[in-house]
Design a binder for this molecule. Structure first.
Ligand SMILES: Cc1cc2nc3c(=O)[nH]c(=O)nc-3n(C[C@H](O)[C@H](O)[C@H](O)COP(=O)(O)OP(=O)(O)OC[C@H]3O[C@@H](n4cnc5c(N)ncnc54)[C@H](O)[C@@H]3O)c2cc1C
Length: 278
């Protein structure tokens, strides 16, 4: 195995262009696949040291997070405050163990594209976009587009960004253990009182999905920034009615359907303590 450890984006893109290399950030997904024999590495480009992928910028309009910032750093001292994006902050806080949060990154979570990728779900709820770089090319793409279409050979995610929003946001998940555990079902809810309610469910399909019918209903039933109890019940029912979750070793379809409704109801019932800052 050859390992390139570039310090700049330019060096990384050159290395990616030369070999058919695997990008590794924290390695918390890649190495599990290697250890299980599901992936064989030949050439690796380690992106953790690239300055452009480690930048965090927050101004009055926008939050921009480098793809290779480990979660512990992102939500630690000097990192992103909860108010900048409560839904992503809560997702990052809930992920894995201390060790996983010390290594794992947003770029890796998007790269894996799991149905229960907690940061990915939160970013989809934020309608986040990403800067993608390839040799001689920098492009802008929605995180949803990257999830659907993937990246071209030789491309990597530099950062993700979204506009600061005013409304309440929540990330909630159920998992089989309290710690070191992936979601069985998650709900990421972002209420933008001027525009929309976005509800993204993890663990309810092959990839994270939006509960679009429930989103429309929620926006209609919102009074101020609040959801009266009968509205919450109707929105939770809409969520349950529009999904067809899989059954697997972690949970049955019925359990996931029920849990998705419960999580969305909880997210809409107590949104005030998780209001974004803008
Ligand atoms: C014990 C354990 C617990 C876990 N708990 C959770 C959890 O609670 N929630 C959750 O969502 N996940 C969890 N995970 C999964 C994992 O930690 C996360 O998905 C993490 O975000 C992966 O980031 P990474 O930097 O380690 O990715 P890596 O393993 O380095 O990479 C993952 C994939 O993304 C690609 N990639 C990495 N960076 C980039 C980039 N900048 N541009 C393009 N592609 C890139 C890689 O090529 C690879 O295909 C857990 C894993 C373990 C082992």
């Amino acid at each position: 195995v050859t390992i390139a450890r570039p310090r700049t984006l330019e060096e990384a893109l050159r290395a990616l262009g030369q070999f058919d290399a695997t990008i590794v950030a924290g390695g918390t997904d890649v190495m599990v696949e290697v250890n299980r024999g599901h992936r064989v590495l030949s050439d690796v480009v380690a992106v953790r040291r690239i300055a452009e992928l480690r930048r965090l910028r927050i101004d009055s309009r926008e939050v921009r997070v480098g793809a290779a910032i480990p979660y512990a750093e992102l939500i630690g001292p000097g990192g992103m405050s909860s108010a900048a994006a409560p839904v992503l902050y809560e997702a990052a806080k809930s992920m894995g163990s201390t060790q996983i949060r010390a290594m794992g990154t947003i770029g890796g979570n998007i790269g894996t594209g799991s149905s229960v990728g907690d940061a990915l779900c939160a970013l989809l709820a934020l309608d986040a976009r990403a800067t993608v770089a390839g040799v001689g090319l920098i492009r802008d793409a929605s995180v949803a587009g990257i999830m659907r279409e993937g990246l071209a050979a030789g491309e990597l995610i530099v950062d993700v960004y979204w506009p600061l929003a005013r409304g309440p946001q929540r990330f909630l998940k159920v998992c089989r253990r309290a710690a070191v555990s992936r979601s069985v079902v998650s709900a990421s809810v972002v209420v933008d009182p001027d525009r929309s309610v976005r509800i993204v469910l993890g663990g309810c399909a092959r990839e994270p999905i939006r509960a679009e019918g429930a989103e429309i209903l929620a926006y209609e039933l919102m009074t101020g920034w609040h959801f009266p109890p009968d509205a919450v019940a109707a929105i939770a029912d809409a969520v349950r009615n529009e999904i067809d979750p899989p059954t697997d070793v972690a949970a049955s379809s019925d359990y996931r359907r029920h849990a998705a409704g419960v999580l969305v109801a909880r997210a809409l019932s107590a949104p005030e303590s998780h209001r974004a800052a803008a």
